[in-house]
Design a binder for this molecule. Structure first.
Ligand code: G3H
Ligand code: ZN
Length: 291
């Protein structure tokens, strides 16, 4: 089916009181696995390509974006294309030509006022072109190989009052918040601050985004959605599945040279991981108010 927009998937998740998952795409096999997992789960999903993934592809956005969009268009599942963790303005401005309906503009490393000004500018640019814009306030650690942040350190978790002011001043469509998860975790041991999620949901009038969801246990993801999280970003869990399958294959067979022999099980393992995360996005229990 044709690509759908991130805005449409997020807003229908909000009305249905459930989450919508966004999966990082690095290789063609990642995109194929997300499509296969979404089809088997009977769920929509967002395919997201990060600035780091673009860097891996020699700084060229168009080839991986075109391949991912083609995989999505050939799928029977409703899939959207999102550009993730964009720091560079040049990459932001390339989003439109490559068919992205949404961008996460990441100025979270900047001091508050500079983050706000840069994000407001990115939102203006995006809205003039019909592009949905997500931004981050607080610091979800673990990006770019940096050590996970101490989630209890001052300034790391998102402050609800600051988040409300930031959302109003920037006009963002969704807000990524720091509530105890960290990027690139290979164990699912993160403990989220559900009271903070509830306070942020009350203070912030746009959907909330959970980054670093690979490290968050199933029950914590369900509870986060019940408390007000909408977009659930998953990356590392796919790479853990991919690498585990390749490692197991090559350990058992030291002679194969055809990459299809080990990329096929790697892709299947990622598709199973995608389907498993999609199974967690169920409606919040009755009485929980969605925003
Ligand atoms: O934006 C992408 C996500 O936050 C992925 O984080 O690789 O830790 O799942 P993760
Ligand atoms: Zn992230």
């Amino acid at each position: 089916m044709p690509l759908v927009t991130t805005a449409a998937l997020v807003s229908s998740a909000v009305s249905d009181r459930r989450g919508v998952a966004a999966f990082n795409v690095i290789t063609l096999e990642h995109a194929e696995a997300v499509a296969a997992g979404a089809e088997s789960a009977g769920s929509p999903a967002i395919l997201q390509i990060s600035e780091n993934a673009v860097r891996f592809h020699g700084g060229r956005l168009a080839p991986i974006a075109a391949a991912t969009a083609a995989v999505a268009a050939a799928s029977s599942a409703p899939l959207a294309l999102h550009l993730d963790h964009v720091v560079s303005r040049e990459l932001l401005y390339a989003a439109e030509a490559s068919g992205f309906s949404s961008v996460m503009f990441d100025a979270s490393k900047l001091p508050y006022e500079e983050n706000l000004a840069a994000t407001a500018d990115a939102v203006r640019w995006g809205h003039e072109r019909g592009i949905w814009v997500e931004a981050e306030l607080g610091r979800v650690g673990g990006k770019d190989g940096e050590a996970p942040l101490d989630a209890h350190a001052p300034g790391v978790r998102t402050d609800p009052g600051e988040a409300a002011a930031y959302t109003a001043a920037t006009g963002v469509d969704a807000l990524a918040v720091a509530v105890g998860s960290s990027h690139a975790m290979t164990t699912r041991t993160a403990a989220l601050d559900h009271t903070l999620i509830g306070a942020l949901r009350t203070a912030v009038p746009v959907p909330l985004v959970l980054h670093g969801s690979s490290g968050v246990p199933d029950d914590e993801i369900r509870a986060a959605i019940a408390a007000g999280m909408v977009k659930i970003n998953v990356g590392t869990a796919l790479n853990t599945a991919f690498s585990g399958a390749v490692r197991a294959f090559l350990a058992a067979d030291g002679h194969t040279v055809d990459p299809r022999r080990y990329l096929a099980p790697a892709r299947e393992a990622m598709a199973a991981t995608v389907a498993s995360f999609l199974g967690l996005l169920t409606p919040a229990p009755a009485g929980v108010e969605a925003r």
